[in-house]
Design a protein around this ligand. Structure first.
Ligand SMILES: [Zn+2]
Length: 87
């Protein structure tokens, strides 16, 4: 029973990963995400790329502050590219 509580599917893991980038994920969600990443290579890759992207946006915004919709656009383009890689 405990395992069911701590297990999350990949879709949920991606959501938590996104949320944690914006410091919106709860501690419990992060624990479950970490647990998921131990055995899920796909999500591990997704998280690594997501972290890279967030750093990229942050480092860019030091020089030119991007409006929120521009960030979203970069992010969605990035996800499209990522989807191609996973195919
Ligand atoms: Zn996964």
């Amino acid at each position: 029973m405990m395992m069911n509580k701590i297990m999350m599917d990949c879709e949920k893991a991606h959501t938590v990963c996104d949320k944690s980038q914006y410091k919106e994920a709860t501690v419990w969600e992060k624990i479950k995400l970490k647990f998921h990443l131990i055995f899920c290579k796909i999500c591990k890759k997704y998280t690594a790329n997501n972290t890279k992207l967030t750093k990229l946006i942050k480092s860019n915004s030091v020089f030119t502050p991007l409006p929120k919709d521009a960030k979203e656009k970069i992010k969605s383009n990035f996800k499209k590219e990522l989807a191609k890689l996973n195919d």
